[in-house]
Write a protein that binds this ligand. Structure first.
Ligand SMILES: [Zn+2]
Length: 432
């Protein structure tokens, strides 16, 4: 694999010291970041196969979309302005019943192309036909954490779970470690205890994590209290599901103080999805309280049917704005906290935070360059503030994953968008 020297970029490292280097050089060798120096301090004789003059650009760790359903790009704009349960039961689930593996493959590639264009280098996916999304991950070169969704209402739920456990074991670590697998019971309200218990066993047998929706709506939590005498978090703790590592709990909108204590104690990763929570009117997750309690919080777009894009820069802005409004306090969820959730927070929540989510020598070369030589990003008083409050997905110019360029100067290197559009359009004729 070619080595790259990125010169003269402003580097937002997201490292433990939270350094922002005004002008620095980054050396990529193989899959890793081999060097990071302030410009002028780069050792003489440092060479690379390719160089990028990144003057006027900002380098940021790749964005981590901690919760999505990638192939739901097929349903973008298909059903909007409805409450969660009828939205799922009347529109989304009936459409999904018609999907086949190739539909999910092309829908996943569409979502991956969108995410690469918006600077996402890693996504955590829960959906049907996970083999299709796994193939899309390997074909595109993005980092993907993929699991096959299981819910009791599917007629073959138990068989699907056994197949998901097999797949998680077979595919984990493929693509030079780019592919990570998990198990994904849809949510406590759609999975009875015996199904959840088998998920826990399966995770132990295969050594993979668990991805699950938790306490997205108030109704779910009320039903859980009536049926089990426990909140979702309390019930998952009792089953032993929170003892698996990692567990990624998506949403956590309606969690109690005691739930927050449990989530922190068990080191459960949380994906905050403000766009989806606002669009489905699910509520506002208590992110300031979770962060203050020391929870591991990442951020996700959720599926394109409830967002309706996979733009993590927009998501970071929504998070910063939503919590200020809710708390009526402009100091709540700072730009830095929002970007941290969208990068290293997501990586930590997904159990890969020891190698992904920071620009740091020895870490995976998952990083992006944004073009700040544009009117809406000038003058660059504070690049972190601009990333959250002024930047757009289209400002991302170049994207590296595992040291491989997936987009250079806005040109995708591994995917053919025209081909993806043609396949998706053709498949929709049958699905509609
Ligand atoms: Zn979701």
């Amino acid at each position: 694999m070619a080595s790259w020297l990125i010169e003269n970029a402003a580097v937002v490292t997201m490292d433990d010291e939270e350094r922002v280097l005004p002008e620095a050089d980054i050396l990529i060798q193989g899959a890793e970041i081999a060097g990071l120096w302030a410009s002028g301090e780069t050792p003489r004789g440092t060479t690379a196969d390719r160089r990028i003059d990144a003057k006027g650009m900002v380098a940021l760790p790749g964005l981590v979309n901690a919760h999505t359903h990638c192939a739901m790009t097929l349903l973008r704009g298909y059903a909007d302005d409805m409450p969660l349960v009828p939205w799922l039961q009347e529109r989304i689930w009936p459409f999904e019943m018609k999907l086949n593996e190739e539909d999910v493959y092309w829908g996943s590639l569409l979502g991956i192309a969108e995410m690469i264009r918006g600077g996402v280098t890693c996504f955590n996916d829960m959906y049907h036909y996970p083999e299709a999304t796994m193939r899309a991950v390997l074909d595109s070169g993005i980092r993907g954490i993929v699991s096959g969704v299981v819910l009791a209402l599917l007629p073959d739920a138990k068989d699907r779970l056994e197949r998901a456990i097999e797949l998680a074991g077979e595919w984990k670590g493929k693509g030079d470690g780019l592919l990570v697998t998990m198990l994904s019971p849809h949510a406590p309200w759609t999975c009875p205890n015996d199904l959840l218990e088998r998920v826990v066993e399966g995770a132990q047998e295969t050594g993979v994590g668990i991805h699950i929706h938790v306490s997205e709506t108030e109704e779910e939590v009320q039903n859980s209290l009536r049926q089990f005498g426990k909140t979702d978090v309390g019930r998952l703790e009792e089953i032993g599901l929170l003892d698996i590592s990692p567990v990624l709990a998506a949403h956590c909108v309606h969690v109690t103080d005691s739930d927050i204590h449990t989530l922190v104690e068990k080191r459960v990763g949380i994906s905050h999805n403000p766009g989806s929570n606002m669009k489905l009117a699910s509520g506002t997750a208590p992110i300031p309280r979770l962060l203050a309690a020391g929870a591991i919080v990442g951020m996700g777009t959720d599926g394109a049917a409830s967002n309706n894009n996979l733009d993590m820069i927009e998501e970071a802005r929504l998070a910063a704005l939503l919590h200020k409004l809710q708390a009526r306090d402009p100091t709540v969820v700072t730009a830095h906290q929002a970007i941290a959730m969208a990068t290293r927070g997501g990586a930590r929540a997904l159990g890969i935070g020891d190698r992904v989510g920071q620009i740091k020598p020895g870490w995976k070369a998952d990083l992006i360059l944004l073009d700040f030589r544009q009117p809406h990003l000038f003058p660059p008083h504070d690049v972190v503030s601009h990333l959250v409050y002024a930047a757009r997905a289209g400002d991302v110019r170049t994207v590296f994953v595992n040291g491989r360029p997936l987009m250079v100067d806005r040109e995708l290197r591994t995917l053919d968008e025209e081909k993806i559009f043609a396949h998706v359009a053709e498949r929709l004729k049958r699905l509609m």
